[in-house]
Design a protein around this ligand. Structure first.
Ligand SMILES: Cc1cc2nc3c(=O)[nH]c(=O)nc-3n(C[C@H](O)[C@H](O)[C@H](O)COP(=O)(O)OP(=O)(O)OC[C@H]3O[C@@H](n4cnc5c(N)ncnc54)[C@H](O)[C@@H]3O)c2cc1C
Length: 541
């Protein structure tokens, strides 16, 4: 008897020239760029914790859970079997297991529970790593994390719930907060007639003893099984922010009805619902009439998270492409030895490192905001710039990385298909592309010191960056995308010149600031391909 057991049963051929499964790796220790960013931005102390997360993310267990959570999607249960409304969602056990893991890792809490400088950078690195495990659970984790920023506008409410919001436990039971070990927070803002323009909010809040009653609908409400959620409604004072419990203190469901779950393109492990509020009991957060402003601090955090999530997705997609190309042979050579494939992969590697540095720089500015006024000003602009640019790169990188796997990439059993479907999401929620670029314009106007600070940070590093700084697009609505792109590329080039190996930084500057190819794989032939490819996993490709 000959051949491997796995080939047994095929009369016509042996299975060969397929890459081994990419599991059992450490997503942190095999990522030299991440290590450098964590060190550069003051979170070197978190290295052990990040290494642990990296090992878990790359484990066969997490990769299998991620597959299951996305294949066996959540199911709406409006009623129990006796006909009573329960307005519940049944998630696959894999989702719950992953949720337990990210809570234990502190993805929802680290920036608040740890007071050392660098805490937000360490959490950002966790977000980037976990985006390579399963992206769906990132949504409840970041909403829970960011809710603290909104709830600071209502200190007495925050004091009531904070310890359980930040608890490392995971408790999915449908019970009122007092009976739970840990709480998750969601948000329901978007209505049918407008998600970007929240001034169109139609839900109405009537004052009653002890709070308000809300009547209206929300068109998108993700993780509707959350214990608490922030929402917007109109009062006499204008659009205001509210916090509602999913279950009232007596154990009954708060006055809401889940209508449908969205049948989404990606992000399938997660449940996004449509909901009716029918006298929902809620408490005011912040000043009446200042609801949208109250949410801005929270949006600042979630926008940075979108960039980090997309940087993680880009890393995972390129890692899969590199892995495949190192093992698959065509025309007598491994794919990674084929000159044109080397060009494509090197270009993707540039993109991955660029996405990491830009999003981590935004996290670093957030981290330093509390102690450094300049960083606070820079943070205001870095967050939307990183959110726009990194999120916009994710779908094109995912598509190219998928193609590196050939037909396998297009098949659902391979993770690339999932990444491809997930890739556009970070670009469109928490402010779609145009809305974010208009926010960049607003930031330049409202924080006039940000632009000179940025210019200082970028100047004198490379003649091409200095030239780039003289080509600023107009600060008009029509040019807001061009302006944001100009900022993103200039900032990234400077970051790479400061922190990345010289061949990689030089390749980025030469191709991104000086009219490189319009698609991946058109790097000039004299690029240092070996050095760029070797940087990705920290070893020769
Ligand atoms: C999977 C998923 C989950 C979601 N979960 C939630 C959730 O939990 N809670 C929640 O509240 N929402 C959620 N959303 C909704 C999301 O936040 C909104 O879809 C998003 O804010 C955009 O709003 P909209 O769909 O109404 O689009 P619109 O506001 O109609 O925007 C449509 C397009 O017009 C552009 N645009 C808008 N204004 C301008 C302008 N002034 N100039 C130029 N262009 C403009 C936008 O950039 C966008 O491209 C979710 C969405 C998805 C896809």
């Amino acid at each position: 008897m000959s051949g491997h057991m796995t080939d047994f049963g095929y009369a016509t051929h042996e299975v060969r020239n397929q890459p081994p499964e990419r599991v059992g790796f450490n997503a942190c220790t095999t990522d030299p760029a991440l290590g450098a960013a964590v060190q550069a931005f003051g979170a070197g102390w978190a290295r052990e914790r990040l290494d642990e997360a990296g090992a878990l993310v790359g484990s066969a267990q997490v990769q299998a859970l991620a597959r299951d959570a996305n294949r066996f999607t959540p199911e709406l249960q409006t009623h129990d079997r006796f006909g009573r409304r329960i307005d519940w969602v049944r998630f696959h056990p894999a989702w719950h297991e992953l949720m337990g893991m990210v809570r234990r890792a502190g993805l929802h809490a680290l920036g608040w529970t740890e007071t050392r400088p660098g805490a937000h950078v360490a959490r950002a690195a966790l977000a980037y790593l976990w985006a390579q495990g399963e992206a769906g659970v990132g949504c409840p984790a970041v909403m829970t994390f960011a809710s603290i920023a909104a709830l600071r506008h209502a200190p007495e409410i925050l004091a009531e719930y904070e310890a359980k919001i930040l608890s490392p436990a995971y408790d999915p039971r449908p019970l009122p907060p007092a009976q739970k070990q840990a709480l998750g927070v969601a948000m329901a803002m978007t209505e049918k007639q407008g998600g970007s323009d929240l001034r169109q909010t139609e839900t109405v809040a009537e004052p009653v003893a002890g709070g308000y009653q809300l009547t209206g609908h929300k068109w998108f409400f993700s993780v509707p099984t959350s214990d608490l959620f922030l929402t917007l409604a109109r009062t006499r004072g204008g659009i205001s922010c509210f916090l509602a419990q999913g279950w009232r203190d007596d154990g009954s469901r708060n006055f809401l009805q889940l209508q449908r779950l969205k049948d989404k393109c990606g992000n399938r492990s997660n449940a996004s619902s449509e909901v009716e509020f029918r006298g929902l009991e809620a408490r005011l957060v912040g000043e009446e009439g200042r609801g949208i402003a109250t949410l801005l601090d929270m949006a600042h955090l979630t926008r940075i998270e979108c960039a980090l999530g997309s940087a993680g997705l880009i890393r995972q997609a390129v890692a899969e492409a590199m892995h495949h190309a190192r093992h698959r042979r065509a025309f007598q050579r491994r794919l990674i030895e084929q000159p044109l494939m080397r060009n494509v992969l090197a270009d993707l590697v540039l993109e991955s490192e660029a996405a990491l540095w830009l999003s981590m720089r935004a996290a670093a500015a957030l981290d330093a905001s509390a102690r450094d006024e300049k960083e606070r000003s820079l943070s205001r602009i870095l967050a939307p710039v990183a959110k726009y640019w990194v999120c916009k790169r994710a779908p094109v990188v995912a598509a190219e990385a998928l193609e590196c796997l050939g037909g396998n990439g297009y098949v659902e059993e391979h993770v690339l298909a999932r990444l491809y479907r997930d890739a556009p999401l970070n670009g469109l929620w928490e402010g779609s592309g145009n809305v974010i670029c208009l926010d960049v314009l607003r930031a330049l106007q409202r924080v006039p010191e940000a632009e000179p600070l940025l210019r200082q940070e970028l100047a004198g590093l490379h003649p091409r960056i200095d030239g780039w700084l003289r080509q600023m697009p107009a600060a008009t609505e029509e040019s807001a995308r061009a302006l944001t792109e100009w900022l993103a590329l200039g900032i990234t080039a400077a970051l790479l010149c400061r922190h990345a190996p010289a061949p990689l930084a030089e390749a980025f500057v030469q191709t991104r600031l000086a009219g490189g190819g319009r698609h991946f794989g058109a790097l000039p032939g004299e690029m240092p391909f070996e050095g760029i490819l070797g940087r990705f996993f920290g070893e020769a490709a």
